[in-house]
Design a protein around this ligand. Structure first.
Ligand code: SF4
Ligand code: SF4
Length: 335
């Protein structure tokens, strides 16, 4: 290792400082690694120093400093450069999507009175590309084909996700057949599956998740776990500026009410009486889109904040819209 050079992180390797630890997130390779705060300081405050100069500054820490830089090079998170030179420009911290609404959730159960085809046609006025439909009761695949798959023909929807209740093992082959007809189907989560059938299947771009988890209403949403972290470029950039769950989202709950998300209490209209485009254009409807992770108590000190999905529906202090998500058990101050 040439210690007469400085170490530069690649621009896609993002440093995030937490209260007790820090994180390097490789937003291109979608990987992340916790690092000690001492390494964070070297990579941020001393990034223009050569390794030799850093060792001169902290002579008692030479072994640790050399170990840190060998580790970073091994991980391919950066390169050694001449002092004063820089081969890469940082990623512009800009997030822009020309669409008013980029993602939608429709919830549906056996008591739902609204028409899914008509809701899809109202969503089409917004040219929305991502739709998730969550079925909280058992509906057979013919119902789903007739009401969802056939209604997507010629629409802007590029990614369809379904949450369905388990019926029997044979439904998996049928789902794969539906995917062949409708490649927009990207993810199917089948819940209430007997433990012995739990698995994850990949077929082309379709992922089918069979889980024993029980999901019978919107109250199951909002759980924060490391397995849901998304260490990706779009998530990182959106999280810098907007709420990474609710930004550009519109939802229809089981009763047909139009909301920011089905778990929210605020109702803006009804899918049978209002258009989604009118509701989505209301400044009042958009106000939650601007609560970013850096505005949220506790989260703003958490090293995971730019890859952790936020939840504004279930809050630790329901009267404080900037309080931490209730369904997160992580405390960034206590590691
Ligand atoms: S705000 Fe919370 S409950 Fe609503 S969609 Fe997001 S994670 Fe789910
Ligand atoms: S919800 Fe907040 S505190 Fe919990 S992991 Fe995510 S960013 Fe950290």
């Amino acid at each position: 290792m040439d210690t007469s050079k400085k170490f530069s992180l690649y621009p896609c390797c993002i440093l995030t400082q937490g209260k007790q630890r820090a994180l390097i997130t490789d937003i291109q390779r979608c990987k992340y690694k916790l690092i000690p705060l001492s390494l964070y300081v070297l990579l941020s405050d001393y990034k223009e120093y050569t390794i030799e100069q850093i060792i001169e500054k902290f002579p008692n820490e030479e072994t640790t400093i050399l170990k840190y830089y060998r580790f970073l090079l091994e991980k391919e998170w950066g390169l050694l450069e001449k002092q004063g030179e820089s081969m890469f420009k940082p990623i512009a911290p800009v997030f822009y999507n020309p669409m008013l609404i980029t993602n939608a959730i429709f919830d549906y159960d056996r008591y739902s009175q609204y028409s899914i085809p008509s809701a899809i046609s109202k969503l089409e006025e917004l040219h929305c590309e991502n739709l998730e439909i969550r079925f909280y009761d058992v509906f057979d695949l013919d119902f789903i084909c007739n009401n969802v798959i056939n209604s997507l023909e010629g629409t802007s929807i590029r990614n369809l996700e379904l949450l369905m209740q388990f019926t029997n093992e044979n439904s998996i082959q049928r789902i794969i057949d539906i995917y062949k007809m409708c490649p927009r189907l990207r993810k199917v989560t089948i819940v209430s599956v007997p433990k012995q059938f739990e698995k994850i299947l990949n077929n082309g771009e379709l992922v089918v998740i069979l889980t024993s988890e029980i999901v019978r209403s919107e109250t199951s949403c909002g759980v924060i776990k490391p397995c849901y972290f998304t260490p990706e470029t779009a998530m990182y950039l959106e999280s810098l500026h907007y709420n990474n769950c609710l930004n550009a989202k519109i939802s229809v709950d089981r009763y047909g009410n139009i909301k920011n998300c089905p778990s929210m209490t605020q109702i803006y209209g009804h899918i049978e009486r209002n258009t989604l485009v009118d509701i989505a254009s209301m400044p009042e409807f958009q106000k939650l889109w601007h609560i970013k992770k850096d505005d949220i108590k506790v989260c703003k000190e958490c090293e995971f904040r730019y890859m952790c999905h936020d939840c504004r529906a279930y809050l630790i202090h329901p009267d404080d819209i900037c309080s931490k998500p209730q369904k997160c058990s992580y405390n960034p101050s206590k590691q």
